[in-house]
Design a protein around this ligand. Structure first.
Ligand code: SD4
Length: 328
């Protein structure tokens, strides 16, 4: 979508809002709808869809979809095979939320294949929302999750190469912004949003975070309101890209609130990107958002070109789409 067109849409949406009407510039899909970030979103929405069709709940569906990507060793930014931190250890962040406001999250979790499932247990089995590090690990073990080594030889090789490139020994605290600039594609959280036939919603996301991050660093993905937000009254949103920037604007919550005020999902995502850009002086760090309104309208927007997402709606095959971007 071109800038001029979006401005027009924004104005139109505002005018219609004043008249108490909704601008329907976003494509409204046939419910149920599942959308997920990046190319690996394809496997995620397939599995989510299948799970729902076979009688699973919405939560079962989003969890199952994300688990597929977590278990794929070829995805270097999520779960098994994810890039390690600066010290060579893979630490994972994940969250899950349903539209009623129930949610759970884990961060700085090491050694478990499915952080999204641990996040769900936090939601279902504890009075809390968010467990991190050693506490999250102890809880996962108590719940019967098995410890595994997530560092694949390929990811380790890349880490060793990265370490060699550092000028100072052993390793220096990385400048996260520089780390991310090495390869904007190292930011590939899987975020999955789904609405069932009645417009109830759920979402989940999972990531190994920024490649070679400082030990202990946590991104936006496990932070409810930043990396993920879901509200049955309105819709859902998730984020991918430079987590620090997303946290600073509480990106996913912002998008849901903009949709609540009548913004179309694409315009809401675009406004979040504009807000993000206003808070950072750097135009090289990718950030991208995906939104699903409860009626099945979807939207996506990124700062830089290249953000893809997968869509599955009733009666149609999964398709990959390219989000519009603020910069070319
Ligand atoms: C993070 N936002 O930890 C995550 C990484 C990511 O797409 O999105 N990758 O900053």
């Amino acid at each position: 979508m071109q800038r001029r067109e979006l401005i027009r849409l924004g104005v139109a949406s505002g005018l219609l809002g004043l008249l108490g009407l909704r601008c329907s510039s976003a494509s409204k899909l046939r419910l149920p709808v599942a959308v997920a970030t990046w190319n690996h979103g394809r496997q995620a929405v397939e599995m989510a869809w299948q799970t729902l069709r076979q009688g699973g709940s919405l939560l079962d569906a989003v969890e199952a979809g994300v688990r597929v990507v977590e278990a794929d060793p070829n995805v270097r930014t999520v779960g098994l095979g994810g890039y390690p931190d600066a010290t060579g250890r893979v630490t994972l962040d994940a969250s899950i939320m349903e539209g009623t406001g129930r949610c759970g999250a884990v961060a700085f979790l090491e050694g478990f294949l499915h952080p999204v499932s641990v996040a769900r247990r936090v939601m279902e089995k504890t009075p809390h929302v968010f467990l991190v590090g050693e506490g999250a690990r102890a809880f996962a073990l108590e719940e019967g999750f098995e410890e595994v080594n997530l560092l694949t030889p390929e990811a380790e090789q890349d880490w060793l190469r990265w370490k060699e490139q550092q000028n100072t020994p052993a390793p220096p605290p990385p400048n996260l912004e520089n780390t991310n600039r090495i390869d904007v594609d190292n930011h590939d959280t899987v975020g999955l949003l789904m609405a069932d036939a009645t417009g109830r919603l759920a979402g989940a996301c999972s990531t190994s975070g920024a490649a070679f991050k400082m030990r202990g660093r946590v991104g936006d993905s496990p932070i409810i309101g930043a990396g993920l937000f879901v509200d049955n009254e309105v819709g859902a949103a998730c984020a991918t890209g430079w987590g620090e920037g997303v946290i600073r604007i509480a990106g996913s919550h912002l998008i849901v609130e903009l949709m609540r005020q009548g913004d179309d999902p694409t315009i809401a995502c675009r406004k979040a990107v504009v807000r993000y850009r206003a808070r950072t002086s750097d135009d090289t760090l990718q950030v991208a958002f995906l939104a699903l309104r409860r009626d099945g309208a979807i939207g996506a927007y990124s700062l830089l070109p290249g953000f893809t997402y997968a869509v599955k709606e009733a009666g149609r095959k999964v398709r990959l789409q390219q989000a519009p971007s603020l910069l070319s």
